[in-house]
Design a protein around this ligand. Structure first.
Ligand SMILES: N[C@@H](CCC(=O)N[C@@H](CS)C(=O)NCC(=O)O)C(=O)O
Length: 216
């Protein structure tokens, strides 16, 4: 059995989600960094690992490669069930996946590095315009997310009840990205409260971008 390997990048929010999951489950891993701004994820070496050329990618102990952060998190949850990152009941699992996907499918893909780069190279957007784009798409989903979280009796200390779940991993990682683009968090008191509760858990702090070996 080899060690678990995580191909990732300190600033990548999708990587941050997975690092929190690994830390919560106490799983040690080899940290392999790919500098996204230097295009290292597009080099032959990494494309041989993950032909999609995106981070994160997990190499499990038997050599299996798994890309896509939510697939990785659910895999880890099955391989190392404690503490669970998905609720035991189908309704709860669906709600946690819904909250996770609001961020992972409706915010992240349109704000990814390659999208912001394309806005610049294809359409001449400057830094202010691409930051405005980023904030627009965060707010577009954070507004309904705040409403869902504040109205639902299933929201607890965390997004779903009083234990952190996959939804909290996505939320915290997204907020770390938001800070780089000066997203105003004042309209989101429930989201902010949940984020603060998460940051009291050592795994969330340990996995944070500024604590990674490739942090700048
Ligand atoms: N849906 C994928 C997205 C992976 C992804 O796009 N990762 C970003 C970093 S957060 C990336 O590799 N970006 C490189 C680029 O845009 O060129 C996941 O959840 O893992």
């Amino acid at each position: 059995m080899s060690e678990i390997i995580l191909h990732n990048y300190f600033r990548s929010s999708t990587s941050y989600r997975v690092r929190i999951a690994l830390a919560m489950k106490g799983l040690k891993y080899d940290y392999v960094a790919h500098h996204l701004r230097h295009g290292e994820h597009r080099g032959e070496g990494y494309l041989a690992v993950n032909p999609q050329g995106l981070v994160p990618a997990l190499i499990w102990t038997d050599g299996t490669m798994i890309a896509q952060s939510l697939a990785i998190i659910e895999f880890l949850d099955e391989m190392a069930p404690q503490p669970p990152l998905l609720p035991a009941d189908p309704h709860g699992r669906a709600r946690v996946r819904m909250l996770s996907q609001m961020i992972a499918c409706d915010i992240h893909p349109v704000n990814n590095l390659r999208i912001l780069s394309a806005l610049r190279s294809r359409y001449g957007a400057d830094d202010a315009e691409s930051a405005d784009w980023f904030r627009h798409w965060v707010n577009e989903t954070f507004q309904p997310l705040e409403k869902i979280l504040s109205l639902s009796p299933q929201t607890g200390k965390f997004c779903h009840g009083d234990q952190p779940t996959m939804a909290d991993l996505c939320l915290v990682a997204q907020i770390a990205n938001n800070a780089r683009f000066n997203v105003d968090m004042a309209p989101y008191p429930v989201i902010s409260r949940i984020r603060n509760a998460c940051m009291e858990i050592p795994a969330f702090v340990e996995a944070a971008p500024q604590h990674q070996p490739d942090a700048e």
